[in-house]
Design a protein around this ligand. Sequence first.
Ligand code: C2E
Ligand code: CA
Ligand code: CA
Ligand code: CA
Length: 278
Amino acid sequence: AKSGGKNQYELYHQDMHQNETKQMILETYLRKALERNELYLVYHPIVDTNTMEIVGVEALVRWKQKTLGNIPPSEFIPLAEETGLIVPLSEWIIQKACEDLNSIHLNGSKIRMNINVSSLHFSQDGFIKSLNEIFQKTNVSTRHIVLELTESMIMPNALETVDKLVKLKQLGIKLSIDDFGTGYSSLSYLRRFPLDTLKIDQSFIKGIAMYKEDSSIVEAIIMMANRLNLKVVAEGVENKKQYELLKKEKCDYIQGYYITKPLPKHQLLALLQNWDEN
Ligand code: C2E
Ligand code: CA
Ligand code: CA
Ligand code: CA
C-alpha cells in the first residue's frame, strides 16, 4: 500500500462508476502509450535456491500514464489483449528486453531473460517470425532467453501448439510454464511439449509455511518436475520460512519479494554488481 494519500490512478478508479467509459478512456491512452514512451520494463531476479546466485530476471512491463499515474499490468494487459494492441506492445516488450539483456551481458552478468508471452501474440501465425526478427535485429543470445507461457495458452489446438513450441526450441530459447497449477486439469501436455521449466503459481507458495495442503501440492509438483527433467521456479516467495521450505524440498529456483521487488535496469545492474560480494 502507498504511504501517503491515494495516487491519481486510485482516485480515478474510485470516481469512475461507468466501467465502459473507463475502458474506453484507458484504451485511448493505451494507443498513445507506446509513442509517448510511457511504458518501461522492470526486472525481477530469479535466484538459485542452493547457491543464491542470480541466474536470471523476468521482464515485467509498467505503464506510467501522464495524468492517471501508474496503471498496473493486471489492468492494461487484458485490455491490450481485447483490443489487439497487445501485439505491437508485446513486440516492443520483447525487443526492449533483448536490448537490455545485451547490455546486462556487456556488464559481465551472463544471466537469462524471462519474457512473458501474450496469448493473442502467441496464437498469431506471425508469432515465430516476429520473434525471429527481433532476435536477428538485436543479435541477442537466444540460449539466454526464456519464454513464459501459460497452460491456457498452449492447450487449445494442441497439435499446432507442439509444432510451434518445437520451432521455438529450434531458435535456441527455453520454455517455461507460468502460473503452473492454476490453468488446466490435464497434465498430459507435459509429456508432449518440449518444456524446460515449471513456475509454481504464487497462490500455492503463499500458504506453504502454514497449510499442509499447499506444501503437499508444492512438494508433489517439485517431485514430478524432477522426474520429468524439468526445472522448477517458485514465485511469490516473500519470507525466509518459505525459502527454507522450498530449499528443503529441492526447488531449483525462487523469485519473490524475499529477494527483492522488480527493479528498473540501472538498479538491477547495481544489484548484480554487488550481489556476489554478499
Ligand atoms: P506473472 O507473470 O505471474 O508475474 C508475477 C507477478 O507477481 C508480477 O506482478 C510480480 O511483480 C508479482 N510478484 C513477484 N513476486 C512477488 C511476491 O513475492 N509477492 C507478491 N505479492 N507479488 C509478487 P505484475 O508485474 O503486476 O504483473 C502481473 C501480471 O501481468 C503478470 O503475472 C503477467 O501475467 C502480466 N504481465 C506483466 N508484465 C508483462 C509483460 O511484459 N508481458 C505480458 N504479456 N504480460 C505481462
Ligand atoms: Ca510470468
Ligand atoms: Ca506467474
Ligand atoms: Ca500470474
